[in-house]
Design a protein around this ligand. Structure first.
Ligand SMILES: [Zn+2]
Length: 299
């Protein structure tokens, strides 16, 4: 029997909604995105609007950047400051009059990849979402691990350099200062690349377009990005030794620009790299929709 499921991924920059059928979750029936508003009230309204546009029937799944425990957001991510201490789930239930399940956005992406994606049948998986920041999800022995408070899997704030650039979390040199959408922009600025060919402030998308056109600076910036990405993955592998790293989030759409070098540098960076013959680094099969698909699968 078919059952329409709707999931919405609320990121720091953009919101993505999908509708899928429970019996064929790998097939996306409808998809829509819009920018993330800057106030909590507007975010809740926009999520409700998107849910209605997706012809929500039964229940809504929402993936949100932040620390989620017991079905409510305890602390939203620094990239989503406006949602701090906002009971998103309660507000959405009031607005939509249906059941709503909330989980961390990267955990949702991990669920999607374990159900219909590249991590199907793999027991030890670490997923990182490269978006405005870096999110993460960890599965060990086939089950998603959430830690003592439900806060496990926030690798974006691993410190790689205490003297590095200031992070949105208030500390310095976090991994996501280098290997995220904001990170690649910072790397560009360090090379004096501040604007794109149209005179607009440089973005990850513009850097991807420029690299594809053969721009030497942009290619070098994505190379440096790959080095930082590999360094963080190596740190995670030193602790968790997963069989598979899945790279998801918005920047997975341009993974051809950095994934090969990331694989090479990972082997060089991690302890016993050449002996870790089973560890693979793969782009999320659901691409940047993984978070929304995983949110739809929450119940
Ligand atoms: Zn940080």
């Amino acid at each position: 029997m078919s059952e329409r499921l709707v999931g919405i991924d609320v990121g720091g920059t953009k919101m993505l909604a999908v509708a899928i059928d429970r019996s064929r979750p790998s097939e996306v029936l409808a998809i829509q995105s819009r920018p993330t508003p800057s106030t909590a009230k507007a975010v809740v309204e926009a999520v409700s609007d998107l849910a209605r546009e997706m012809e929500l029937e039964g229940h809504l799944g929402v993936g949100l950047a932040g620390l989620v425990a017991d079905g409510e957001v305890l602390r939203s991510a620094p990239n989503l400051q406006c949602m701090i201490d906002v009971p998103v789930r309660t507000l959405l239930v009031e607005d939509l009059g249906c059941s709503v399940v909330i989980d961390n956005d990267a955990t949702c992406a991990l669920l999607a990849e374990m159900t219909v994606g590249v991590a199907r049948g793999v027991d030890d998986v670490v997923l990182v979402t490269l978006g405005t920041g870096i999110g993460g999800g960890v599965a060990i022995d086939g089950s998603v691990r959430r830690g003592a408070h439900g806060f496990a899997g926030e690798p974006g704030h691993m410190c790689l350099d205490p003297n590095g650039p200031r992070c949105v979390c208030g500390r310095n040199g976090c991994w996501e200062r280098y290997a995220s959408g904001a990170g690649v922009v910072w790397l560009a600025q360090q090379r004096g690349v501040n604007i794109d060919h149209n005179g607009q402030a440089i973005t990850a998308e513009a850097l991807a377009t420029m690299a594809r056109a053969g721009d030497a600076d942009s290619l070098a910036i994505w190379g440096e990005f790959a080095d930082w990405l590999a360094l963080g993955l190596a740190n995670l592998a030193d602790v968790l030794d997963p069989e598979l790293f899945v790279v998801g989030g918005g920047l997975v759409d341009v993974s051809d620009l950095y994934i090969d070098r990331t694989r090479e540098r990972f082997v060089e960076s991690v302890l016993g790299g050449r002996a870790r013959t089973r560890t693979r680094i793969e782009p999320a099969l659901s691409g940047s929709s993984a978070g929304a698909i995983g949110a739809a699968l929450l119940n």
